[in-house]
Ligand binder design. Sequence first.
Ligand code: HEM
Length: 188
Amino acid sequence: MTMPPGLRRFVLTAHVTSSVGWLGAVACFLALAVVGLTSQDPQTVRAVYLVMEPAAWYVLVPLAFASLLTGLVQSLGTTWGLFRHYWVVFKLVINLFANLVLLIYMETFRVMAGVAADPNADLGMVRNSSPVLHAALALVLLLVATALALYKPRGMTPHGQRKQHEQWQRARQRAKQPVQRTASQSSR
Ligand code: HEM
């Protein structure tokens, strides 16, 4: 079922806002993670790892889910479809992978916050290079997804080609019908 134009634009606004917002939030996490690794101020280092967990729950997780949900609605509610174009399928795979890794990583955020809150843990134990790696990988994936969305490479899946063929056949039959009717009317 295709969405009416007003609704399509509304969902697209929500999709672009959540998806590109997620990318921006990941860029902030990368900056925070670098500060955590390099800052010489112990309080700043601890604060970085303490703030990551709530910031991920309140910002990253909702944006990641909103991006997936609005992307699904946008695909299924338009002629793009979910499995017709490779660029949509790739974006779906990127999104599902990133969402899954994020949910698993929430436990790591919890453990890092626990170590940072422990006054007996020395700064070497509090610092962790893993958020830099994860945020950098997520940033690359989301940049690829954004480029796919904007360039929309042409490749169609076999399912998409079949659907397009069926649409053409239906359109051709519809175009033939009035001609056949006028021909049979004129022969009477
Ligand atoms: C992974 C993170 C994602 C990012 C960064 C992203 C980004 C974007 C952007 C910037 C656009 C606007 C492009 C334009 O209007 O020219 C867009 C459109 C679109 N996205 Fe995504 N997206 C993501 C995930 C998804 C997912 C998971 C799906 C589907 C399952 C999806 C399906 C679509 C579709 C079908 C459009 C075209 C909408 C239209 O023209 O009506 N996206 N995306």
